[in-house]
Ligand binder design. Structure first.
Ligand code: APR
Length: 226
């Protein structure tokens, strides 16, 4: 029976692919205040600005590639059951070959209408004002904005409870409920936190590896395969 590795990844996972993190760019997202481009209030106030913000990030995502950390995690599936719970909205884990990925904060390459996330559409192009779904309702990015529910959090909690190994990669652990997931894994399993500027975890059982993701992931894999 393969051991179950649970990975909790954040923006630092994709930094080496060229995608900006959120809190490394002094709190501005591509020059925008986060609440003006990632909240229902911001969308209501200026939908065109919000749609354009995500259009720019979607176009950039289609120009970048998974990095060595994504690729190494995908390879882990040869020897382990691997569940990736990511805060990232990019598809780089999937493009690297990981087959079991859940996106807590939504997906940049998906859309939904402004009334419900019951129906999700693939979306590789811009979303503009007056782009509507088949029911004639305005489309929006399938992103969980600040203040909105995190539909996959219960599924993520269930996954964490069955972890044999936990690897946290490239997250400042500041956004909840995602940041609480690490407390739901079994107490005595091996836990690693890879981050080039790690946040305090207040948990001495977590082995902190202060490296960038590509270096840290390969170090952890060497230890796991010993
Ligand atoms: N390798 C490893 N870690 C890195 C690298 C790297 N190359 N570059 C940056 N980091 C680390 C930073 O030190 C930081 O701890 O990645 C983390 C990025 O933190 P944030 O920018 O806060 O991103 P994240 O934790 O994913 O944010 C969580 O907040 O803004 C919302 O919804 C958004 O999903 C996002 C959530």
């Amino acid at each position: 029976m393969k051991k179950h590795i649970v990975v909790l990844s954040g923006a630092g996972m994709s930094a080496e692919s060229g995608l900006k993190t959120f809190r490394d760019s002094n709190g501005l997202w591509e020059g925008h205040d986060v609440m003006s481009v990632a909240s229902p209030e911001g969308f209501a106030k200026n939908p065109a600005l919000v749609l354009d913000f995500y259009n720019q990030r979607r176009r950039q995502l289609l120009e970048v590639e998974p990095n060595q950390a994504h690729l190494n995690l995908a390879q882990l599936e040869n020897d382990f059951k691997v569940s990736i719970i990511t805060q990232n909205v990019d598809d780089l884990h999937e493009r690297a070959g990981s087959t079991n990925v859940i996106h807590l904060h939504g997906e940049l390459l998906k859309s939904r209408n402004v009334e419900t996330d019951a129906v999700i559409y693939d979306c590789k192009t811009d979303i503009c004002l007056d782009d509507k779904d088949p029911n004639g309702i305005q489309l929006r990015p399938h992103i969980v904005w600040f203040g909105e529910a995190v539909p996959l959090i219960d599924k993520a909690l269930d996954i964490c409870q069955t972890a044999d190994i936990l690897i946290i990669i490239g997250t400042s652990l500041q956004v909840y409920p995602a940041a609480s997931l690490m407390h739901y894994v079994p107490e005595h399993i091996p836990k690693f936190y890879i981050d080039n500027n790690p946040a305090p975890t207040h948990d001495a059982s977590i082995k902190v590896i202060a490296e960038r993701a590509s270096i840290g992931v390969s170090k952890v894999i060497k230890e796991l395969l010993k």
